[in-house]
Design a protein around this ligand. Sequence first.
Ligand code: AMP
Ligand code: ZN
Length: 111
Amino acid sequence: MSLDCIFCKIANKEINTNLIYEDENVVAFNDLNPQAPTHFLVIPKKHYASLNEINEKGEFENIFSAVPKVCAKLGIKEYRTVVNTGASAGQTVFHIHVHVMAGREFGWPAG
Ligand code: AMP
Ligand code: ZN
């Protein structure tokens, strides 16, 4: 846990957030500023500032295996996943999170 990390506070339930999924290792919740009709984030309960900090193989599985589970729960079959790593890539919260967006067309390459 990182003391000033907002996503740690969400995962530890210090901030009251409507979780759309939770298991032993991860939680998922809707993005505060959605970029698509459905836009949620999947985060590990354990603090890692970014993808670069994850050195436990099982943690990738924990995070990414939750994505299709949450999508199935929401009835979503097609979606865009994004992991911004570093400020120049658009990362603003330094606790790794996978963005999952659905409900509109997505262009490529991503902007
Ligand atoms: P990124 O720019 O990839 O680091 O994404 C951070 C995301 O977290 C943004 O899409 C924000 O809208 C979202 N966000 C920040 N604070 C909260 C919060 N308290 N609850 C839900 N989403 C948040
Ligand atoms: Zn954190």
